[in-house]
Design a protein. Structure first.
Length: 173
């Protein structure tokens, strides 16, 4: 996490969604299609406001800290969203739809493909938390081709001016 200052940032920099809500179960629209899951694999609509002065780009990271991997699961990492973009439409994480903002970069998720990969916790594993976080960045990121999720997360956090998170839930019992 970002540390002590993260709480004060959330008072001004706000993330909202018409598709997901804080501490509420996501719909099957955000469930992955594959690995035994049959969802629509749609990234949720996200919008934000109140970015601090000096913001040069945004990044959105979606992460499941409850995945039984020892390191969680990256569902979505999109970086270098232009500073004048404050909305991602439903499905923007599907690169074939061409809805991602021009100039942005989608990193491979832990399913092994660039773009959004929906929730698909193991059956009977209980409720998982899905942290959708928007970061205001001090600069566009210069990442190597095929950057890992860990490197991307590191570079985002090192260059973050502010962040705001919606933690949505999902289970397959």
């Amino acid at each position: 996490m970002l540390g002590v200052g993260a709480t004060s940032w959330a008072d001004e920099f706000i993330l909202k969604s018409t598709d997901i809500s804080q501490d509420q179960l996501m719909s099957q629209a955000q469930e992955f299609q594959g690995f035994g899951c049959n969802g629509q694999n749609l990234s949720p609509q996200l919008s934000w406001h109140g970015a601090p002065k000096g913001t040069e780009a945004f990044a959105v990271l979606a992460y499941d800290p409850d995945a039984p991997t020892g390191s969680g699961w990256w569902h979505w990492q999109i970086v270098n969203i232009p500073k004048d973009v404050t909305v991602l439409t439903t499905g923007a994480g599907d690169l074939s739809r061409n809805l991602a903002p021009k100039g942005s970069l989608s990193i491979k998720n832990d399913y092994g493909v660039a773009g959004f990969g929906g929730a698909c916790p193991p059956q009977g594993h209980g409720v998982h938390r899905y942290q959708f976080t928007v970061f205001a960045l001090s600069k566009k990121l210069d990442l190597p081709e095929n950057a890992s999720g860990a490197l991307t997360g590191y570079m985002v956090r090192v260059n973050a001016l502010a962040s705001s998170t919606i933690t949505a839930l999902y289970q397959r019992d």
